[in-house]
Design a protein around this ligand. Structure first.
Ligand code: FAD
Ligand code: NAI
Length: 473
């Protein structure tokens, strides 16, 4: 028989959206449980996403530097630099283990009950859990928060089998046992370019096959084109405007059948490993939502109002399971705001200032509107750009690829968009979103004293170029 327990908040899903919301709920005095089926907290992000990918990006970057960049700095290596993939993977796994364990500790510290199992909404105030350890449990609760995240979008012409390791998704690409000689990446988005970079640095010949005529379609176009050039210089090859119409898995690799997206003659393309990275889809089916009459949109996202409430007022949803960019920090912000609003507090997420970062080298970071978006909206804007090649610190350390581009309102000079390619773009964008949160004009930042010599001076100078003129370019 099922044991019943009573809560103020039951969160379904222990990813960055769900676990952060659970901790916040407990901190605000709610009796809180978090249901997670994976066997570890932290969701996609910590277990098979942000964290392991960044660990491998860093390790592979060090290898690349030892191979190619040390020489420029007058550092000679006598002998060969080799990859010990097992140790590299071990370092990544250890980081994941420590961080997931850290969340369990935070749950204990804040008094959140961690329920290990698969949760289903069984009523406006009921969550039914099929426990991982066997048996079931019924949780009674004032509020339910759906934070079930997302899963890989399958490509029917190219079925993933991570066990076999020939056609893999991002999860499989994080655990390959050897460095493939050749890798075909289907989808020129964030995962394709990050994981493609990892394996290219470790020695694979990587080809990105993208349906559209450009990579990372949501990037500002000028920045996207500059980014593609940099990646091409690093050795990644691109087949744009191309679709995969079939695949055959063989003993030693995969044979793909490609066609121009616009139609035309098919060609074969062979690779030892194929990574499918054409996007992710919300994980919202078969968790009891339809039965409660909760609407999902065409893409399967849970429909919510400005308070993250579904059509059943006690049931809320956040993160990858609802509309918006599929980013860990977006899920976290929503988790906190949703719980605050349940408690009658003023929760707030500013969707105009959610940064997006691609952790290649150099990194790409953006917040706010692209030039194309401003044009489409009919907003008149000023544009200031500053290349890192004109920044003294970037020159001194040999990181001169990339630029900062600022878009500000023509009349008010308020910053509307920030687009950066640069070795520390992911950190630098924090200054930008802080400015945007405070409604800064580009002149405000241009007049803010930045330390010399830092890469951040490029940010200041791009703002100078928006409101008047840069000094060094
Ligand atoms: P998730 O993290 O997906 O968590 C949902 C959790 O709910 C899962 O653990 C799942 O097991 C659990 N669950 C689902 N249904 C149930 C149920 N019925 N009962 C119990 N448990 C359930 N984002 C960034 O911001 N930065 C990055 O660098 C970044 N890198 C990424 C790299 C990769 C390879 C991938 C795949 C994604 C990356 N992302 C990154 C995206 C990021 O991982 C997601 O946006 C984020 O994890 C979404 O958080 P969430 O809490 O909404 O969902
Ligand atoms: P994505 O949406 O970033 O990119 C998918 C790409 O595949 C697009 O360029 C799209 O045009 C292309 N595509 C779609 N269908 C195709 C087809 N049939 N054939 C060829 N190309 C096709 O999705 P991705 O890279 O899978 O990542 C999923 C999500 O995970 C992203 O939305 C992102 O938000 C998140 N993520 C974030 C990271 C970060 O913040 N650094 C890192 C990795 C993932």
């Amino acid at each position: 028989a099922a044991a019943a327990s009573s809560y103020d908040l039951v969160v379904v899903g222990g990813g960055p959206g769900g676990y952060v919301a659970a901790i916040k709920g407990a901190q605000l005095g709610m009796k809180t449980a978090c249901v997670e089926v994976r066997g570890a907290l932290g969701g996609t992000c910590l277990n098979v996403g942000c964290i392991p990918s960044k660990a491998l990006l860093h390790s592979s970057h060090l290898f690349e530097q030892a191979n190619h960049d040390f020489k420029k700095h007058g550092i000679k290596i006598n002998g060969t630099v080799e990859v010990d993939l097992k140790t590299m993977m071990g370092g990544k796994d250890k980081a994941v283990r420590q961080l997931t364990g850290g969340i369990e500790y935070l749950f204990k510290k804040n008094g959140v009950d961690y329920v290990k199992g698969f949760g289903k909404v069984a009523g406006p105030h009921n969550v039914h859990v099929k426990l991982n350890a066997g048996g079931e449990s019924d949780l009674e609760t004032k509020n339910i928060l759906i934070a079930t995240g997302s899963e890989v979008t399958p490509l029917p012409t190219c079925p993933v089998d991570n066990e076999k390791g020939r056609i893999v998704d991002s999860t499989g690409a994080l655990v390959l046992k050897t460095v493939p000689k050749t890798m075909a990446v289907i989808g020129g988005g964030v995962i394709g370019l990050e994981m493609g970079s990892v394996w290219r640095r470790l020695g694979s010949k990587v080809t990105v096959i993208e349906f559209l005529d450009r990579i990372c379609p949501s990037l500002d176009q000028e920045v996207g084109q500059a980014f593609q050039k940099i990646l091409a210089k690093q050795g990644i090859q691109f087949k744009l405007g191309t679709k995969v119409v079939g695949s055959t898995v063989k003993e030693d690799g995969v044979s793909l059948s490609l066609e121009p997206a616009a139609g035309g003659a098919a060609e074969n393309f062979d690779a030892e490993v194929v990574l499918v990275a054409i996007g992710r889809r919300p994980f919202t089916r078969n968790i009891g939502l339809e039965e409660q009459g909760i609407a999902l949109d065409k893409a399967g996202r849970v429909t919510v109002d400005a308070h993250f409430r579904t059509s059943v007022p006690s049931i809320h949803a956040i993160g990858d399971a609802i509309v918006g960019p599929m980013l860990a920090h977006k899920a976290e912000e929503e988790g906190i705001a949703a719980v605050e609003m349940m408690q009658g507090l003023a929760g707030h997420v500013n969707y105009d200032a959610v940064p997006g970062v691609i952790y290649t080298h150099p990194e790409v970071a953006a917040a706010g509107k692209t030039e194309e978006e401003l044009k489409a909206m009919g907003v008149e804007y000023n544009k200031g750009t500053f290349p890192f090649s004109a920044n003294s610190r970037a020159r001194a350390v040999g990181e001169a690829d990339g630029l900062v581009k600022i878009l500000s309102d023509k009349t008010t000079d308020r910053i509307l968009g920030i687009h950066i390619i640069g070795s520390n773009a992911g950190e630098m964008i924090a200054e930008g979103v802080l400015g945007m949160e405070y409604g800064a004009s580009s002149e405000d930042i241009a007049r803010t004293c930045h330390a010399h010599p830092t890469l951040s001076e490029a940010f200041k100078e791009a703002c100078m170029a928006t409101s008047s003129k840069a000094i060094h370019f």
